[in-house]
Ligand binder design. Structure first.
Ligand code: PAF
Length: 278
């Protein structure tokens, strides 16, 4: 992978190419393909990686069950005419097992960090390895994993990595459910309930913009989701930069906020968020 990228970056006859990179764990859907489309628009060559990264899954999480379909993914990417697909093995990525991991920064600690210990250390570790191999000019991530985008942005800034991070809007089903590879786990009944997550985020945005107190809005949303059948892990109005909880609407006027939620529907864990300025 690195040899291929080096050839693109140091092409003698022509000007050096801009490499757009879309890192994925495969089982591609239109959310991933929107990242590819954006990358194609802004670069000379596009690389997509497919690697289900073991180090970002906890011991009781769904690493083994995580949906995989490499044949279908490769067919989709061929249709998109991407320039290279990087599908490393676990031993290529972790030749010495996992001896050292990167510590994700403070943005990794709240929200997901409370429930998925070590998750973002695993994400940062694999992203650094993927960037080392692909040497992208720009890397594209989806806003659905908003905390991941903040953690990666800060890691890249702290390490002064020469990569631009672009965050693209969440792609949704017609009924508002955010596209996710994990949506295949939902039973038909759960699938019918799932859009309530997005609907609740929209209502919360409306209430916050109307000046409702943050605590009250969060508690109501928590209650609505619980009554609908969700097992909510967190529903939190946060500063979109630090991801620290916002307590007062007045003190936060003009701030960019993210309302982030993680909830189980049956055995499926869903996350979503809404990003706006107060
Ligand atoms: O968002 C994902 O699919 C993964 O966390 C990533 C960025 C590919 C790292 O494994």
């Amino acid at each position: 992978m690195r040899a291929w990228s080096t050839r693109q970056l140091h092409a003698k006859a022509e000007k050096s190419k801009r490499i757009g990179f879309v890192p994925t764990m495969g089982f591609l859907h239109s959310g991933h393909l929107a990242l590819v489309t954006r990358a194609k628009k802004e670069n000379d060559a596009v690389v997509v990686s497919i690697f289900v990264n073991p180090t970002q899954f906890g011991p009781t999480e769904d690493f083994n069950a995580y949906p995989r379909n490499l044949k279908k993914d490769l067919a989709l990417l061929k249709k998109e005419k991407v320039d290279a697909v990087f599908v490393p093995s676990a031993t290529a990525m972790y030749p010495d097992g996992v001896k050292s991991t990167i510590n994700a920064g403070p943005e990794s600690k709240p929200l997901e960090g409370q429930f998925r210990k070590g998750h973002f250390d695993g994400v940062c570790t694999v992203v650094v390895k993927l960037f080392d191999a692909v040497r992208p000019t720009t890397a594209y991530f989806g806003q659905k994993d908003f905390q991941q985008t903040r953690v990666v942005e800060e890691m890249v800034a702290r390490r002064k990595m020469p990569v631009k991070i672009v965050v693209c809007p969440t792609v949704r089903e017609a009924d508002g459910l955010a596209k996710s590879s994990r949506n295949v786990y939902l039973s038909p009944v759960e699938r019918a309930i799932a859009p309530v997550l997005h609907q609740t985020l929209l209502l919360v945005k409306k209430d916050l913009l109307a000046g409702e107190p943050v605590g009250k809005v969060e508690a109501t949303a928590f209650g609505v989701l619980a009554l609908t059948g969700f097992n909510v892990q967190y529903f939190s109005v946060c500063d979109a930069k630090t991801l620290k909880p916002l307590r007062s609407f007045k003190a936060s006027k003009g701030k960019r906020v993210v309302v982030a939620v993680a909830a189980y529907l049956g055995k499926t864990r869903l996350i979503d968020n809404s990003l706006f300025s107060l």
